[in-house]
Design a protein around this ligand. Structure first.
Ligand code: FES
Length: 164
């Protein structure tokens, strides 16, 4: 989903300065930028290349390798549906379907209000509670369609500056 993000370049400069323009700090710099914008906006990539002296391929490698970093805008709440074997057997597909309908997006997409991003993930180690989803760092297990929809509804009703 294409969305325009206004980037404050002085903030980017400040982050790079904090790490003294050290290319070894590329991961931390990209993480700090993600903390502000929920992703590393594409307009920032040439700045990283220029100021850190890294190759553009290195920026893409970091974004691909580390799950906490994305080049695509993501929602305030990352909803991850476990599709591991145990959760699959216990109905993960129905949960994924319910969440897609509730949010009006497909797996991998972000809602237009940038509140939710929906992802499929492998086993998160809570198999006995399956089917399981996480919303940011919170885990919800033993879900059916209604319970999964209710989780989303609760987050929708949180104040925008509320925590998950
Ligand atoms: S398979 Fe879902 S938590 Fe393990």
């Amino acid at each position: 989903m294409e969305q325009t993000i206004k980037v404050d370049l002085s903030k980017i400069d400040n982050i790079i300065d904090r790490y003294h323009g050290n290319k070894e700090a590329l991961l931390m710099i990209m993480q700090d930028i993600s903390d502000i914008y929920s992703h590393v906006p594409p307009t920032v990539i040439p700045i990283l290349v220029d100021r850190l002296g890294v190759k553009i391929s290195m920026v893409y490698s970091v974004a691909t390798f580390y799950k906490t970093i994305s080049l695509e805008p993501r929602g305030k709440y990352i909803v991850s549906v476990c599709t591991g074997t145990a959760c699959h057997v216990r109905g993960a597909e129905k949960i994924a379907d319910a969440l897609q309908q509730k949010l009006g997006i497909q797996e991998g997409q972000t809602t237009s209000d940038r509140l939710f991003t929906l992802k499929a993930v492998r086993c998160i180690g809570c198999c006995a509670s399956g089917p399981v989803i996480t919303v940011n760092k919170e885990t919800y297990g033993g879900l059916d369609r209604t319970a999964a929809e209710k989780v989303i509804e609760n987050y929708k009703q949180m104040p925008l500056n509320g925590t998950a």
